[in-house]
Design a protein around this ligand. Structure first.
Ligand code: C5P
Length: 223
């Protein structure tokens, strides 16, 4: 499942982030190419910005990747939930189109770790945080400083047992507008989630600066 239905407001490109040009292609194309190259992936479902389903289909054809398209929802988890309705495999990988530098090999590693351990409900791409993280009130008064050694930044791809993720989404309709990753719902439902350390270039494109860095990393890859 590729979540690509966001509006991209923070990037300020005047349209959905998935369509912003990066390294000569729409950003979404890079995730499609990575998932197309992943041996563990059978079928791809993309949650598209509502009304842009045809455009997403055209990007998939241009990238020579087969994928089904569904309109996304108001919140990311709703987009993922809609795409999940079209999934019929036992395991599913959820990925944000906003992480265009993910490679197929990372997807395969994450799926292999989940498939190899029946105790796990999910395996999540993650990187140790390098900043010191503060928890603060709305007025920015610091409440506490958790020990950094135990803190990781959760990314995508995230692989799950499909039935567990579906049940977790159904169990918390109240949270769907606020959760920022799918693993959180699975954790709340009591599922065991493992972190899989990612290469540092698996960055998320949120701001214009991120876009420039992603351009440079993609140019390095080609060179
Ligand atoms: O907004 P943010 O950058 O956190 O979004 C992460 C990913 O979720 C993006 O790839 C975006 O396209 C996707 N998304 C979605 N449906 C929404 C909101 C975001 O598929 N309603």
């Amino acid at each position: 499942v590729i979540a690509a239905a966001g509006s991209g407001e923070r990037l300020g490109a005047g349209g959905p982030k998935a369509f912003v040009e990066l390294g000569g292609r729409p950003m979404l194309a890079w995730s499609l190419l990575a998932f197309g190259a992943a041996e563990s992936i059978g079928e791809i479902v993309v949650a598209a910005p509502p009304g842009s389903e045809d455009r997403v289909g055209a990007i998939a054809i241009e990238a020579n990747v087969e994928g089904r398209v569904t309109p996304g929802g108001d919140a990311r988890s709703q987009s993922v939930g809609r795409a999940l309705d079209l999934v019929d495999s036992d395991l599913v990988v959820v990925h944000d189109a906003a992480r265009p530098l993910t490679q197929g090999s990372l997807v395969d590693e994450i799926v292999a770790r989940l498939a190899g351990d029946t105790d796990l409900a999910g395996v999540v791409a993650a990187a140790p945080v390098t900043d010191t993280i503060k928890e603060a009130s709305h007025a920015r008064r610091v409440i506490r400083t958790p020990e950094r050694d135990h803190l990781w930044a959760a990314q995508t791809p995230q692989a799950f047992r499909t039935d567990v993720l579906r049940a977790a989404i159904a169990q918390h309709p109240d949270l769907l507008g606020t959760v920022s990753d799918d693993a959180m719902l699975v954790e709340r439902a009591g599922g065991e989630v493992l972190l899989h350390r990612t290469p540092s270039e698996n960055l998320k494109v949120t701001t214009p600066l991120d876009l420039r860095i992603a351009e440079m990393l993609l140019a390095d890859r080609d060179g």
